[in-house]
Design a protein around this ligand. Structure first.
Ligand code: GMT
Length: 378
């Protein structure tokens, strides 16, 4: 099939999922056209079936806000007509589903049919989409999509609870590419980070408020008072400065490394003993799944879709949002018992296997076939 993909190209789960999905579809022989305002950051190598179309938004002085949605709709029309797209798949509803609807109507007026699939990822439903000024557009454009997917059962239920969505929502979970996320032998890294055999704890995120990075620092403070440990903080964002300040106040900076944005996260996960995801809200928690694929158990909150991937007492532990003491207690329970840690590592890996890309890709292909009425060539 010829598939158009619209997503955010920056660091962030929805863009990562969209890009990895596009790459996997291209490997399966589909022609995939990315339509975004910048080259998606994981679209980093040549593939004969992958194409990139940049949306250039005009910055005419009249505009206080450049009309990106209009430029995106225009670009979708152009690509759909001239590349002969069979289907458009938009990731993150705002404003992509509305732009897709506009493009679809323009194409219909020219005699072209463009089926649209919308994937709901998280804050498009749980936060931003609920804003009064967005809600009618979000509801309408989801209902106008030919296929709708959400990345967890929880997000599906949230969508029905807070929007008047009448469309069937298919839960297609996020996935893992095991050729990249696997346990690597990086013992030299471990020695460099933890020369005295300290346990290595890790958190990766975009350091937005919702990620509660300060909670990671506070949990770590309790842990390192009991056992020797190091903390790796990967990523960057608005909360980083506050987290740095907190570790200075606590006097834990010597044991914490702020490593900023890292491409090869899997190399750091390979030497880690425990992953933290203390988020306020998380529709899925892709970063936790990536850790589990690398055999790292997860201490997370029990919010959103997290219980669908992190199994309490099996692949890690779940605690209420903000319950620092519980998270520290669970972490110590695991880190002080080598047998238990080994068991949890194996279970985390087993659970991650359920989300391997080979299991998930056919679900998208089946949906594409259904909405476009086109047989997939294998
Ligand atoms: O919804 C967001 O905050 C943005 C989005 C992103 O692009 O990072 O994150 C969401 O989508 C990811 C991929 O499906 C999920 O793994 C994240 O859980 C989800 N973030 C939230 O729900 C906060």
């Amino acid at each position: 099939m010829k598939i158009g993909i619209v997503c955010y190209p920056t660091y962030g789960g929805s863009g990562v999922v969209a890009t990895e999905l596009g790459k996997a579809l291209a490997d399966r022989g589909h022609k995939v056209h990315f339509i975004t305002y910048r080259q998606p950051f994981r679209l980093d190598s040549f593939h004969e079936n992958l194409f990139y179309h940049e949306v250039a938004s005009s910055n005419y002085p009249l505009f206080e806000y450049p009309p990106y949605e209009t430029a995106l709709a225009g670009k979708i029309v152009d690509v759909a007509r001239f590349e002969g797209l069979d289907l458009l798949h938009v990731h993150y509803a705002i404003p992509h589903a509305a732009a897709a609807y506009m493009a679809k109507q323009i194409l219909a007026s020219q005699g072209h049919h463009l089926p649209v699939v919308t994937t709901l990822h998280g804050t498009d439903i749980t936060l931003v989409g609920r804003d009064e000024s967005f809600e009618p557009v979000v509801t309408f454009s989801i209902n106008q999509s030919d296929g709708v997917t959400s990345v967890s059962e929880w997000l599906k239920q949230e969508t029905y609870a807070h929007f008047r969505v009448t469309r069937e929502i298919n839960v297609i979970p996020n996935f893992i590419d095991f050729s990249r996320f696997k346990k690597l032998n990086k013992e030299h890294f471990r020695k460099a980070i933890a020369p005295n055999g300290e346990k290595i704890l890790i958190h990766t995120s975009n350091f937005r408020k919702v990620k509660r990075v300060n909670d990671v620092v506070l949990v770590f403070d309790q842990i390192r008072k009991v056992i020797p440990a190091k903390l790796l903080l990967i990523g960057d964002g608005p909360e980083r400065q506050g987290a740095e300040r907190l570790c200075r106040e606590l006097g834990t900076c010597d044991s914490i490394s702020f490593l900023g944005k890292q491409e090869a996260v899997e190399e750091l996960l390979a030497v880690s003993d425990l992953f933290f995801m203390p988020s306020d809200s998380e529709s899925f928690g892709l970063a936790a799944l990536e850790a589990m694929a690398c055999q790292v158990p997860v201490i997370s909150t029990d919010t959103g879709g997290l219980p669908e991937i992190n199994l309490h007492g099996v692949t890690g532990f779940l605690a209420p949002v903000g319950d620092i003491d519980a998270m520290a207690r669970y972490s110590l329970q695991l880190l002080r018992d080598d047998e238990m840690l080994k068991r949890f590592r194996a279970a985390a890996y087993e659970q991650a296997l359920r989300f391997k890309i080979e299991n998930v890709l056919p679900q998208y292909e089946a949906l594409y076939r259904k909405v476009a009425g086109v047989e997939v060539e294998v």
